[in-house]
Design a protein around this ligand. Structure first.
Ligand code: S3P
Length: 432
């Protein structure tokens, strides 16, 4: 089925995007381990997060969703291995973090998922979790789904992450909680720190130290001491679509309220600023997590070079930054983007396809992605195959505001995994 985005030329207004997806997954999994009743407000209600909720129900927790508030009765001692296989849908975060939790049980937990997830390599989990003493088996040389995980009392390890991955880091962190000895994880590029943030909030014994780009996390095995009570801030990766939309279109201003703005998630804002984008950040004074109101306005953009170290801080925003690069003068370069090849689609190819759909130019050589400024300025409808990849689909919709052209999108359904009300919110901001 095709989704048709009608042409509009501006985005104007205030928006509160859904709760952050990464934080929502972690909050749910952590609440399963917390004693008593955890309360998670402003939960992301997309399919990915709902599959994570089903996962913790299968572990023996009791929960209730009311609007976007979730109450969970949890506690480590009441958990058991699931008696059925776990449907992870499209969610890599569920499989990877869930595998960390599945190592607590001597019985098998089996993760299965949709076609896209079934192609994604889980090999990167096998190495550290096996070193800790878990048994973890996937299919073929990339250890793809179905993935079977079992464990018991694991031993702590020291592990230097070979590729920057918040998901693998978090899997080890979850696994380390019930181990018999401490675990140390070393990252050489910063990735999102939501597991660290939430673990501290529930009293887990965790030390974090930074030295330049090196990040060490030392965990003494311990389970949460108190329930998790949290309001999930807005998802910067979702707001990025509207903020970039404002920057690349005429007479536009978008204000996104209550956004998570930790630096490991907001590389796209630094890049937009370097391109000449008008972006203002007003930090909120209170609260445990870094939150702000972010405003973006129509801007004249220049091309940009995004360096390898920045990639983990904007890994999910490259599709929408490619739209910004089409609106810019000159050739933009995204260095070392090979991780994009194993996302919900081969995003290097999907982004090249997206740019070409709008009559723009993009190519990849070695690990670098190049996007040349400019696009077809005719009024012809644009056709995009989003390959069921939510971020490609939402970026394509924003392309309609930049070009004022009708955009027909195949595979838009993928958006339900992360942003159920995307089209409604987009329409509210859309002005002709
Ligand atoms: C995520 C980490 C990133 C990101 C994904 C969510 C997380 O993946 O692309 O959308 O919640 O930890 P990697 O850890 O594989 O880079």
């Amino acid at each position: 089925m095709k989704t048709i985005i009608e042409p509009n030329s501006s985005l104007i207004g205030e928006i509160e995007v859904p709760g952050d997806k990464s934080i929502s997954h972690r909050a749910i999994m952590l609440s399963a381990l917390c004693p008593g009743e955890s309360v998670i407000d402003n939960l992301n209600l997309g399919e990915d997060v709902m599959n994570t909720l089903k996962f913790i129900q299968d572990l023996g927790t009791v929960s209730a969703v009311n609007g976007n508030r979730l109450n969970v009765q949890g506690g480590f001692s009441g958990l058991h291995a699931p008696s059925n296989s776990i449907w992870a849908g499209n969610s890599g975060t569920l499989v990877r973090l869930g595998a960390g939790i599945a190592t607590y049980f001597p019985q098998d937990t089996i993760f299965v998922g949709d076609n896209s997830l079934s192609k994604r390599p889980m090999k990167r989990l096998v190495e550290p979790l096996s070193q800790m003493g878990a048994t973890i088996n996937g299919d073929g040389k990339n250890s793809t789904l179905p993935l079977t995980v079992s464990g018991g009392r694991l031993k702590g390890i020291t592990y230097v992450l070979p590729v920057p991955s918040a998901q693998v880091k978090s899997a080890i962190m979850f696994a380390s909680l019930s181990a018999i000895s401490p675990t140390e994880i070393v990252e050489t590029a910063m990735t999102r720190v939501h597991s660290e943030e939430l673990f501290k909030l529930v009293g887990i014994d965790l030390e974090v130290s930074r030295n330049g780009n090196e990040h060490r996390i030392y965990i003494e095995p311990s389970m949460p001491q108190i329930p998790l009570v949290i309001k999930v801030p807005g998802d910067p990766s979702q707001a990025a679509f509207f903020l970039v939309g404002a920057v690349v279109s005429k007479q536009s201003t978008v204000i996104a309220k209550n956004l998570y703005i930790g630096r490991e998630r907001t590389g796209f804002i630094s890049v937009l600023e370097r391109m000449g984008g008008k972006v203002m950040i007003e930090k909120s004074p209170e609260g445990y997590l870094p939150v702000a109101k972010v405003e973006a306005r129509s801007s004249k953009l220049n091309s940009v070079e995004v360096l390898p170290d920045e990639i983990p801080t904007l890994i999910d925003e490259i599709p929408i930054l490619a739209i910004a690069a089409m609106a810019a003068e000159g050739v933009s370069i995204f260095r070392s983007v090979s991780e994009l090849r194993i996302k919900e689609s081969d995003r290097v190819e999907s982004i090249i396809g997206l740019v070409k759909s709008f009559g723009g130019r993009a190519n990849a050589t070695n690990d670098d992605l190049y996007v040349t400024g400019g696009f077809d300025r005719s009024n012809d409808p644009v056709y995009v195959d989003a390959k069921l990849d939510h971020r490609i689909a939402m970026a394509a919709a924003v392309g309609s505001v930049m070009t004022s052209r009708i955009v027909e999108i195949d595979g838009f359904d993928g958006v339900a995994t992360s942003y159920t009300n995307f089209l409604e919110d987009f329409k509210c901001l859309n002005k002709t």
